[in-house]
Write a protein that binds this ligand. Sequence first.
Ligand SMILES: Cc1cc2nc3c(=O)[nH]c(=O)nc-3n(C[C@H](O)[C@H](O)[C@H](O)COP(=O)(O)O)c2cc1C
Length: 172
Amino acid sequence: MKTLLLSSSLSPTSQSRQLCRRVAETLAAEPGVELDFVDLREVELRPCHLGKTPSMKELAERIALADNYIFGMGVHCYSINDGLKLVLDNCMKGCEGKFFGILCAAGGEKSYLSSMHLTQMCMNEWRMLQLPRVVYAHDGDFQDGVLSNPAIEERLELFVREFRCIGQKLIA
Ligand SMILES: Cc1cc2nc3c(=O)[nH]c(=O)nc-3n(C[C@H](O)[C@H](O)[C@H](O)COP(=O)(O)O)c2cc1C
């Protein structure tokens, strides 16, 4: 299966990118998985109505080619981060009915429902199906900017196992 993992934070010290990197390392080593890792900092973003940049067009093509998706997001104002919204508004052709999972980082431990906005958009707009396990990490799970909570590491492993198992069944 071809999985596109989108690390959507534009922060140079992103915590959700760490979650994405960990998942990418494990998932890419699984047999039958072809991983396309997108770091959104490398895409030149432009708001809707102003037209897509060449790198946004390329991202849209990569998204259309994937069988399923993993979205890494940071929580902004109890919702998704700005860069991810631009991708959803502009680059999501060809993702109808496909499977996806969410890796989420936040400042506080109480913002865990914020990823529901991404769930709603993907399900309502493109009839996508979500892995019913979000990995949610907050500032307290990182020490000196590095993921340091073994419980989150365990959840990431479980996320990869379940994502691969269900993802492969859905395209078989
Ligand atoms: C504009 C903005 C809004 C934020 N809003 C929230 C919030 O509502 N709840 C929360 O727990 N953290 C909030 N945070 C903290 C981020 O979720 C946190 O820094 C997280 O690590 C961001 O993900 P990233 O490091 O991958 O960019 C906010 C941060 C920014 C910059």
